[in-house]
Design a protein around this ligand. Structure first.
Ligand code: HEC
Ligand code: HEC
Length: 268
């Protein structure tokens, strides 16, 4: 327990306490909750997991291993702890199963049924932890005020525009990777991508950006891309001011991106 005595003590102590508290609460709940509400559900889940395991063995295990442990030779990561949401996102967007693990998985048509996707997700979730598939009320933006949408815009520019461009039209990243355009996506895509961090994208968890803020960002993106002219009109301020604005936002994004990279490197 060397870290408890180091200067990182205060930083580490809180998350550990929270984790311990959660484990305790989880244990208490499991001990106290009535067994009756589980039996019927349990059989469906067990059947679903078994179905998922079979599908996984056929379509995914060649890269991720039979137990989702990941095969280094294929460059495929372990799926233990990535959660049902990651599978739901990767399979619905057609990224998985991948054809060529050497290039970034492209969005393509999903060939699984909803039921099969749910079974795959249940199987991977059974390997341990990770974010579960969100329910509609978690990601659907409803009755957002103008303020909420403006806040969504702020959050988007701060957290996402460095890679996805300030109009959400996508951008190139180092190593030949690409941050795809965020136009015409479902709210659930935005939600799950944030919670699971596909590829080079960082994870934005609920502590960093709570569900209501994700909804505000979805609302902002919807409004941005519903504009009649391509992208943001900036109130028709004319080409010069628009160019200046783009330049400022672009430079700002680069600075943020540089800060993000250095902070990531510093943590290693
Ligand atoms: C460090 C760069 C980076 C940042 C910051 C970033 N993303 Fe991403 N994002 C990516 C990359 C790269 C991908 C493609 C992942 C892959 O499949 O390889 C991606 C994929 C996505 C997708 C999936 C798009 C699709 O076509 O399925 C969504 C949605 C998304 N990002 C939303 C966001 C949002 C919202 C934010 C801000 C909260 C954000 N991203 C921040 C790099 C980034
Ligand atoms: C050809 C090899 C290959 C096959 C087949 C394949 N994967 Fe993958 N998978 C990868 C690679 C490589 C990555 C990492 C790519 C990335 O980070 O963008 C990955 C990433 C993932 C992730 C994201 C993990 C994370 O950290 O968020 C999930 C989930 C996933 N795969 C699920 C599946 C499922 C489910 C199947 C079967 C339907 C499947 N994969 C089939 C190679 C493969």
């Amino acid at each position: 327990m060397r870290f408890l005595t180091s200067s990182r003590r205060h930083k580490a102590a809180r998350p550990i306490l929270v984790a311990l508290a959660l484990v305790l609460i989880g244990g208490l709940y499991a001990a106290v909750s009535p067994a009756t509400n589980s039996s019927a559900d349990d059989t469906t889940t067990t059947a679903q997991i078994a179905q998922g395991r079979q599908l996984f063995a056929v379509s995914c295990a060649s890269c991720h291993g039979l137990n989702g442990e990941g095969l280094a030779a294929e460059g495929a990561p372990s799926l233990v702890g990535v959660g049902a949401a990651a599978v739901d996102f990767q399979v619905r967007s057609g990224r998985m199963p991948m054809a060529n693990p050497l290039v970034q998985a492209p969005r393509k048509e999903n060939t699984f049924t909803d039921e099969e996707r749910a079974a795959l997700a249940a199987f991977v979730a059974s390997l341990g932890g990770g974010p579960s598939i969100p329910t509609e009320d978690q990601y659907t933006p409803e009755g957002l005020s103008e303020e909420a949408i403006a806040k969504g815009g702020d959050l988007f520019r701060t957290n996402c525009s460095a890679c996805h461009n300030f109009q959400g039209s996508g951008g190139a990243l180092p190593n030949g990777k690409v941050a795809p355009p965020l136009i015409g996506l479902e709210a659930i895509d935005i939600y799950e991508a944030m919670r699971t961090g596909p590829g080079q994208m960082p994870i934005f968890n609920g502590a960093a950006i709570p569900d209501t803020d994700v909804q505000a960002m979805v609302g902002y993106l919807d409004e941005l891309h519903a504009q009649p002219s391509a992208g943001l009109t900036l109130g028709g301020l004319g080409p010069v001011s628009e160019g200046l604005w783009a330049w400022i936002a672009g430079m700002g994004s680069l600075v943020l991106f540089a800060m993000w990279i250095t902070s990531k490197a510093a943590r290693k």
